[in-house]
Design a protein around this ligand. Structure first.
Ligand SMILES: O=P(O)(O)OC[C@H]1O[C@H](O[C@H]2O[C@H](CO)[C@@H](O)[C@H](O)[C@H]2O)[C@H](O)[C@@H](O)[C@@H]1O
Ligand code: MG
Length: 890
């Protein structure tokens, strides 16, 4: 028998599927399975127990760990609630010893479970702080609820402060970073990483940064809706979120509408292009070019474990429960609903429609019961939920008093979590299932109902109708359900009437169209992983290399440690955004301030290496800050730091070509309205940004062909820039300047006419080089740095820094999937300024994500707060052991 090697899948989920409680007195863990998220959890079970091709590793946050305390022999908390001596859950800050953590991991992975669960520990005071950004900002926006501050819904924060969106964002970044750290510990070459849902939108890019040299295969599945651009654009961190998620090879949604919305956001915010086609399942897919690489975007509706469901739903025990319910509502039609009680599940809309139904069709009064089970959410005590609860109660009371009697209430409302067997009985007994959500990703109740109704049993489950909201993600899958607009209560009432009057054949034929549309967990899981592997194979093709985002925290660390730093900045499109008029692309006050701060540090040498001419660079940069070295016209002219003089490196060159090039360019300018020539001292640039795009591109193509015909005769380079064609002598380029600046004693004056000396020792040359550029001409700089790095690998093998390199950071500033020889990318000039701001201390580390090391409490490792927390944990461990000793002696 051949030994089939399974592929490892690292499954990253928001929370491990358990409610976890620490029993301090017995020093043991209580672990109870969580309800909800059944589809995802059944996919985990499938990978764990049944899959032949995959071996699963699960990474997930522990969730809020509560404590069970019977006596008060341990009290390390500053909070007064901790002095409580009753046997109850306490949600105070928690300190755990290493042993306790290991015990929980062991318990989760005990032999019986055979699970490979890896908890993420984030034990700060107010453990629910990690939920704030995801639950109060992302979730509402993704469900079309605009609540800019979210402050109404939650009071949070370490110091009992009212939550604010920025703090929440920092916690969100840390939450993602904690996962990146854990994945970093577990990842082995060849693994695939599967990330689930909106708590972890930054994780794909963080993992990409962690493994810049591996083509890690990363898939992301969004379980909730993805909103239209008009909503998504309202998020203040919209770009950061997109940047994070496009680190994946494949991004997948519940339906085509959501994937379309996502692509539209990428086009508008990331300037992505998208090629649309059909995937092997006939579903729309998009190949989007996002920063640094091609990403596959498509949809795959989640499924349910139909086999297990039928097994669970058709038992003798449930038969008797079904019978009992039938007897309780003899001769009545039973409508069922099960929803979480939050604002998007449409319970209020459902009750209004039912009320309208009873008002419109008096013949049904006393003949129909609506059994509505509403399960509480985590935010049960939030003002919105309390308001919603009141609204629901009022509606239930009003319907029951208007249409009920002493011995019958037409609405039976249960605000509770019901056990699985009761849920199964309700699905089986129902004559109609009513789903009126105003927004959801995939309604699994609908899928479970259809599955159960497709089965013939003693109680004739077969073929009872489903009314489904058009706003539910499942409506695109279950097109043959009775699809309604939940906001139109009259239309829903008419549909209820119609559905209850269907005869057996009609119900059967409706049902027949639906049941085979329900995906199974198994097929969903297998299809996702198969297509993820396929998309990653595509990405691994040579010309599709994915460039990771620049790891800014690492850059900052390296920057701080470095003694001789060299900055090589391109100007247009790197330090300033591209604009229509070249004369208008002038530095902002923020750029001046950052350059000023950077240049104040004697360890820093800053060079602007641009295609611009001397005049422009002098006027806007040199005259404002003499600490900047300048290189104009792609290396034709150079002015050293603090020097007033420019050196012309093309002095001895024959310039007769200029006339010929000008003539050809003029010809094209006449043929292309809106185009113009920028005549610099040496280089000539033909611009077409202001022309009709198609004509501009067409002319540029032809102009290039014309110029190339004689470029060799004069030793010229014809370069394609951003809406321009430039010509300059070939022997000068930005790479040549970079070479000279690196092979040089950092901090000393340049002798630009002297040949480069490559015998200089390493301790004189820079130990940190940040090189940023957006255009094809900047590739010369990156290429040169790569060449030097290779030489240094041979020459100075033993002199690498703690990250295993020489501190070279060639970074492409690219807004589309440009192939580059740079090692990392930043999205646009704004990110460039944020990154430089980080170095000079203007921007917080958590403004943007990177691979920060965190401790088990979510503090940055080795920070002051981390050290304090370490001491508190040690104190806790000592108290534990001394109290154990006392107890043992007693
Ligand atoms: O090397 P760089 O500093 O990036 O300069 C490259 C060229 O940039 C300028 O043109 C580009 O930017 C303009 C302003 O945003 C834009 O209008 C134009 O379409 C771009 O091509 C500049 O005018 C050229 O001289 C530089 O060579
Ligand atoms: Mg540029």
């Amino acid at each position: 028998m051949t030994n089939h090697k399974k592929q490892r899948v690292i499954n990253c989920i928001t929370q491990l599927p358990y409610k976890i409680q620490l029993d301090e007195d017995n020093n043991s863990w209580n672990v109870t399975p969580l309800t909800g998220n059944s589809a995802l959890y059944s996919s985990l079970d499938y990978l764990q127990d049944e899959s032949k091709d995959y071996e699963q590793i699960v990474v997930g946050w522990t969730g809020e760990i509560s404590r069970k305390v019977n006596n008060n022999n341990i009290n390390t908390s500053t909070s007064s609630t901790n002095s409580n001596t009753n046997d109850e859950d306490i949600e105070d800050p928690l300190y755990l010893t290493k042993d306790q953590m290991t015990n929980l991991t062991d318990k989760l992975n005990n032999e019986e479970n055979r699970k490979n669960y890896n908890p993420i520990w984030l034990l700060r005071r107010n453990q629910s702080r990690w939920r704030n950004y995801a639950e109060n900002v992302i979730w509402p926006t993704f469900h079309y609820i605009l609540n800019p501050t979210g402050t109404e819904s939650i009071i949070s924060g370490d110091d009992n402060s009212i939550g604010n969106e920025n703090d929440w964002w920092y916690d969100y970044v840390r939450f993602n970073e904690a996962y990146a750290m854990k994945v970093g510990e577990l990842y082995q070459k060849g693994d695939v990483i599967w990330i689930h849902d909106y708590y972890l939108l930054l994780l794909p890019q963080l993992i990409r940064m962690k493994f810049p040299n591996d083509n890690v295969t990363i898939g992301y599945f969004n379980h909730v809706p993805w909103p239209s651009y008009e909503y998504f654009r309202c998020l203040s961190k919209r770009k950061q979120i997109l940047d994070g998620v496009v680190g994946a090879n494949k991004i997948c949604f519940q339906n085509e509408q959501f994937s379309r919305h996502f692509v539209s956001s990428c086009k508008r915010l990331l300037d992505s292009t998208a090629k649309k086609s059909k995937n092997s399942l006939g579903i729309d897919q998009y190949q989007i070019s996002a920063y640094g690489g091609d990403v596959l975007v498509d949809s795959l509706p989640i499924g349910v474990n139909t086999k297990l469901l039928l097994q669970d739903a058709f038992t003798q025990d449930i038969d008797s429960k079904v019978l009992a319910i039938k007897e309780a509502y003899q001769n009545k039609k039973i409508i069922i609903g099960r929803d979480r009680l939050d604002s998007v599940r449409g319970v209020v809309q459902k009750l209004r429609a039912f009320e309208t139904f009873l008002a419109m069709y008096p013949e049904w009064r006393d003949q129909v019961v609506l059994i509505q089970v509403s399960s509480p959410t985590l935010k049960r005590n939030s003002p919105e939920t309390i308001k919603l609860e009141q609204q629901v109660n009022e509606l239930v009371n009003s319907i029951n008093s208007e249409y009920g009697s002493l011995n019958f209430s037409p609405v039976q409302h249960y605000y509770m979590r019901i056990p699985k067997d009761v849920y199964m009985s309700l699905l089986r007994v129902a004559d109609l299932c009513l789903i009126t959500s105003v927004r959801d990703g995939m309604n699994t109740t609908a899928l479970e109902y259809i599955t159960i109704k497709s089965n013939i049993s003693n109680f004739l489950c077969y073929g009872n109708p489903l009314i489904l909201s058009e706003f539910s993600g499942s409506s695109t899958l279950l097109k043959d359900a009775i699809v309604v607009n939940p906001w139109d209560s009259v239309a829903v009432a008419k549909s209820i009437n119609m559905a209850l009057k269907l005869n057996k054949d009609e119900m059967g034929s409706l049902e027949a169209k639906l049941w085979d549309k329900v995906p199974t967990t198994q097929s969903w899981t297998e299809n996702f992983l198969t297509s993820l592997n396929a998309s990653s194979n595509l990405a691994n093709q040579k010309d599709r290399k994915i460039t990771p985002a620049l790891n800014r925290p690492v850059l900052l660390k390296n920057y701080k440690k470095a003694e001789r730093r060299l900055f090589l900045f391109d100007y247009d499109g790197t330090l300033t955004p591209i604009v229509q008029d070249p004369a208008a692309a002038i530095p902002t006050a923020r750029l001046y301030s950052i350059l000023h701060k950077l240049s104040q540090d004697p360890k820093n040498q800053i060079w602007i290496i641009s295609g611009r001419d001397q005049q422009f660079l002098n006027k806007w940069l040199g005259s404002k800050n003499t600490e900047l070295g300048l290189s104009a016209e792609h290396g034709c002219f150079v002015k050293d730091i603090r020097s007033p003089d420019w050196i012309n490196l093309t002095e001895k060159t024959d310039m007769s070509w200029q006339e010929r090039v000008s003539k050809v360019m003029e010809d094209f300018t006449n043929k292309t309205p809106g185009s113009f020539i920028e005549k610099k001292k040496v280089a000539l640039t033909w611009h077409y940004r202001r022309s009709v795009p198609e004509l501009g591109e067409y002319s540029a193509e032809n102009l290039k062909t014309e110029l190339i015909k004689f470029a060799d005769d004069y030793g010229l380079e014809v370069m394609e820039g951003k809406a321009n064609i430039e010509v300059r002598p070939r022997f000068v380029n930005k790479g040549e300047i970079v070479k000279r600046l690196v092979w040089h004693e950092n901090g000393t004056d340049q002798d630009l006419l002297k040949p480069i000396d490559e015998n200089i020792t390493r301790d004189k040359m820079p130990d940190f080089i940040l090189c940023l550029g957006d255009d094809s001409t900047d590739e010369d700089m990156f290429r040169e740095l790569n060449v030097i790095e290779d030489k240094w690998h041979d020459k100075f093998k033993d002199q690498k820094n703690e990250w295993g390199h020489f501190g070279f950071y060639p970074v492409k500033v690219a807004s589309a999937s440009k192939q580059t020889v740079a090692k990392a990318h930043l999205t646009d000039p704004q990110q460039v300024l944020d990154t430089l701001g980080l170095l000079v201390g203007d921007v917080s580390l958590f403004q943007s994500a990177g691979t920060v090391e965190l401790d088990a409490r979510g503090h940055v490792k080795d920070s002051e707060s981390s050290l304090k927390s370490k001491l508190a944990t040690e104190a806790y461990a000592m108290k534990r052991s001394s109290s154990n000793n006392v107890n043992n002696k007693a």
